[in-house]
Ligand binder design. Structure first.
Ligand code: SIN
Length: 482
């Protein structure tokens, strides 16, 4: 698919129809070139109400289908996603700048989530509880929560949608999707595949446009029983406040500030490889990216030297090129944040071991992958999420110091530990207040395991068998048989 073929207008998907092309439109911009690559409707309150209405109506029948029927449709969608892998990956790369090989990997993960939840829906077991009374039978029935509002982020426009849509549909919920305004086209293409797979009308709906209006309606409309959101902690907190009025169920996957701890006995080459992968995946724009690296003094200098060599080898290029390891930042304001964080660190005494410059010859939004040394906790980069290709490395002396520094943050999403000493590793991990730990592993996320954070990094878990629970309610039934 060439870039030209996707410069077209897309509609919103409401009650099984593509509508809204006549609405005022929003541009979708390729961050590599800053060119418009598509248009989507600027939907708002009205369209969101209609989508909720459709989802609410469809819920009556959809919730009564068997998990086997729902699983069959999800399997079909899984197959269609794989058949359309290249188109989905290219769409993603063009609209948000993810290096193409990573985009393909994300499409594989979408397929894997759909496959997993196609099966997991069949394992929503109720319970029979031993009774205290010979005349009573105690049971727990499981029910889908109802209409789900799914608000997805720009950085994983396909993966995060599948992680929400897969379990929601498998559980018998219907869904209204609000994709990010920066990268709505990938979600639109996945919804086109839902239509092709044969999901009944109203089961899957999608509205693009004003985040404020769509978000407010999803929160205010009592027909929406659950919101699942991936995005910033700031917006997550607003959703918590808004959810109070109707005690709306919430799943929140929010910001992080991931520490990497490398102990003296670590395999340095492995630690370097994994910590580079973690820090620079998606050009440093993931919630679980390594944000700060603490290296024990015995191997600090050797680690920095090897780390810089590995970062130098990363190829910064137009993300659509096969060889691209690093692409652009999503937009100008993200780029400015990166510049500000590096400048702040340098002003406070950090040394730029590599990088530290924009790469304007490649495009407006490109920044060199950057390694900072001599950093400390006073620097913004050591406590605020940069969401860019920056790896600050700090020397530490002890495991206790590492644990204290690692936990000194309101976030608790992911942390990484590098050591070959099992007892040191276990003791250190026990101290870490993080929902995800990579032990000698820089990329721990996977379909079968729970993903989510402690503290201000979120509420609930996605993925694995836990990932379907937020879409199910328990109903206790006490039966008097006298
Ligand atoms: C995210 O950054 O939100 C997702 C990253 C992942 O799945 O590893």
């Amino acid at each position: 698919m060439s870039q030209q073929t996707i410069v077209k207008s897309y509609g919103n998907y409401i009650n099984g129809e593509w509508i809204g092309k006549a609405l005022p439109t929003r541009e979708v911009i390729n961050p590599v070139t800053n060119e418009v690559i598509g248009y989507v409707p600027n939907g708002g309150t009205k369209e969101t109400k209609e989508a909720i209405e459709a989802a609410h109506y469809a819920f009556r029948e959809w919730s009564q289908t068997t998990a086997y029927e729902r699983g069959k449709l999800l399997r079909k969608l899984h197959e269609l996603v794989l058949e359309n892998k290249e188109e989905l990956a290219k769409t993603m790369t063009l609209e948000m700048g993810k290096p193409i090989r990573e985009s393909r990997g994300e499409v594989d993960s979408v397929a894997s989530f759909l496959d997993w939840y196609a099966e997991e829906g069949k394992r929503i077991y109720g319970e029979t509880i031993p009774s205290h009374n010979t005349n009573k039978r105690l049971q727990v029935w499981k029910k889908p929560v109802g209409v789900v509002g799914a608000i997805t982020p720009w950085n994983f426009p396909a993966g995060m949608l599948a992680r929400k849509m897969g379990p929601a549909l498998a559980a018998g919920c219907t869904i209204v999707i609000k994709p990010s305004s920066e990268s709505p086209l990938t979600a639109i293409k996945i919804v086109e595949l839902c239509e092709q797979a044969g999901f009944p009308k109203g089961v899957v709906n999608l509205v693009t446009g004003s985040s404020q209006e769509i978000g407010d309606e999803l929160m205010a409309n009592p027909k929406v029983r659950k919101i699942t959101f991936t995005g910033s902690t700031e917006v997550g907190k607003q959703l918590i406040e808004q959810s109070a009025a109707q005690v709306k169920r919430l799943s929140l996957e929010l910001g992080g500030h991931a520490p990497v701890i490398v102990l003296d006995d670590a395999n340095i080459d492995l630690a370097v490889r994994e910590a580079v992968a973690s820090a620079f995946r998606n050009t440093g724009q993931t919630c679980v990216c390594a944000n700060r690296i603490y290296v024990q003094e015995g191997i600090h200098d050797q680690f920095v030297e090897k780390y810089v060599e590995a970062v130098k080898a990363l190829n910064v290029a137009n993300s659509i090129e096969e060889s691209a390891d690093i692409g652009p930042l999503i937009n100008k304001s993200s780029l400015n944040k990166v510049i500000e964080h590096v400048e702040d660190a340098v002003q406070k005494g950090a040394k730029v071991a590599y990088g530290g410059e924009r790469l304007q010859e490649l495009g407006e939004n490109f920044y060199q992958p950057t390694v900072l040394c001599n950093v400390d906790s006073s620097m913004i980069v050591m406590h605020e999420e940069t969401f860019g290709p920056i790896a600050p490395i700090q020397k530490i002396s002890s495991i206790e110091e590492a644990a204290t520094l690692a936990n000194d943050t309101p976030y608790g999403l992911a942390a990484y530990v590098f050591t070959n000493n099992v007892s040191k590793g276990m003791k250190l991990i026990e101290k870490l207040e993080y929902g995800i730990i990579g032990w000698n592993d820089g990329v721990p996320s996977t379909t079968q395991a729970p993903f989510g954070g402690m503290k201000e990094s979120g509420v609930g878990r996605e993925g694995g068998h836990e990932g379907i629970e937020p879409y199910i309610e328990s109903q206790f039934v006490s039966i008097n048989v006298e």
